[in-house]
Design a protein around this ligand. Structure first.
Ligand SMILES: [Zn+2]
Length: 366
């Protein structure tokens, strides 16, 4: 699958934006797609949609949909993660009273291939490898939606299997969104980008904020002469390394850490990525349901015609200044090979969300 390139560049505009700055980000969106934002604000204040996010694991589904909601109208749009929902059910199962309520709900509402006993067993013995049956996912989903005020939902994690695509085409009826427009958002991110996102990912042990040593550092970088486990940014020929210090003021300088296994990158999830690809290809070829295409990468050769420099993800490089005892942070363009082996840049989330906003206006005929 090759998704079209999307132009977010404005010719002869010299203004540059620092997209990490919330104020500048606001101005950026206003300038690049202010007219469309107004149309969508008006639309979402009166209507709701059902949106399916389809992209490989770690492709940025949450980032894009949360940023979209933030820019348009946060209180009317919700990012709904099936994974989070299932984890919440796991917690319910450990609480005697909630477990009973849950069981009663299933007795009244569940129908499917497995008995309730088997369902409970599946829930209790669940590992990331065993998938819950589709009928159960659907009923859990319906239960969640019924509890909430009606909003636009961006569904993350469904459909996840080929057989679930068929369900998704009729799903809005099931959850009481019968009159709503539904649509697919297909996200294309090179596997090399996903690989680096995982390999350089670090998490704050206190607040769980996730950052990236190479692609999205915090404002303060630490340097340690001994720390050998900080391999990704070890200084050549020494055991020293750099680490990120959490920006959250409540964390009081917590060192961000890498999770075990992340150094393997996409290796452990190869099979999952392959499956996700089949799913996206399948959705791509469906008729009758509108589709929006989001593309994370752009071939270097095309970049200057389609995007502005500051819309490209930089790579951060750290250096230890011995004399001043300070970490120097430098940026350079980050070059990755896309899935076809073409040298490419990876876009920051903001230009991808600009393309989402513009395509949404088209799909909805606003
Ligand atoms: Zn923190």
């Amino acid at each position: 699958m090759r998704l079209p390139l999307f132009k977010t560049k404005i010719e002869r505009l010299n203004r540059k934006f620092n997209l990490l700055d919330p104020e500048e980000q606001k101005e950026y969106f206003q300038l690049k797609t202010g007219k469309e934002i107004e149309k969508l604000r008006d639309f979402f204040s009166k209507n709701t949609l059902v949106v399916y996010l389809l992209g490989k694991k770690n492709s940025g589904k949450g980032t894009y949909s949360k940023m979209f909601a933030e820019v348009i109208v946060p209180e009317r749009i919700e990012h709904f993660s099936i994974g989070d929902m299932v984890r919440a059910v796991d917690r319910e199962m450990r609480d005697e009273r909630k477990r009973e309520e849950f069981k009663n709900y299933l007795e009244k509402n569940y129908r499917g291939r497995l008995s309730l006993e088997e369902i409970f067993l599946a829930l209790e013995n669940r590992s990331t490898k065993t998938l819950l049956p589709t009928e159960l996912i659907l009923i859990l989903f319906k239960r969640e939606i019924e509890k909430r005020e009606k909003k636009t939902i961006f569904i993350d994690g469904f459909p996840r299997e080929l057989d679930q695509i068929g369900f998704s085409l009729f799903f809005r009826d099931l959850i009481g969104h019968r009159e709503d427009q539904d649509l697919f958002i297909l996200i294309d991110v090179p596997e090399n980008v996903i690989d680096q996102r995982i390999k350089y990912r670090v998490v704050c042990p206190a607040c769980q904020t996730s950052r990236n040593l190479k692609l999205l550092p915090t404002s303060k970088i630490g340097y340690d002469e001994e720390k050998k486990e900080l391999a990704p940014y070890r200084v050549e020929g020494s055991g020293a390394g750099f680490y990120l210090i959490c920006d959250n003021p409540n964390c009081k300088g917590e060192k961000m850490q890498r999770k075990e296994g992340d150094e393997l990158g996409i290796e452990p999830i190869k099979e999952r990525l392959e499956k996700d690809k089949t799913l996206i290809d399948h959705a791509f070829s469906l008729y009758g349901i509108p589709k929006i295409f989001l593309r994370n990468s752009i071939p270097i050769k095309e970049a200057k015609n389609f995007v502005d420099d500051y819309e490209i993800t930089p790579e951060y490089v750290f250096q230890w200044d011995k004399a001043k005892k300070k970490v120097k942070v430098n940026q350079k363009p980050w070059i990755v090979l896309d899935d076809e082996g073409i040298e490419s840049y990876s876009l920051l989330p903001q230009p991808v969300v600009v393309s989402l906003i513009k395509q949404m206006v088209d799909v909805l005929n606003l």
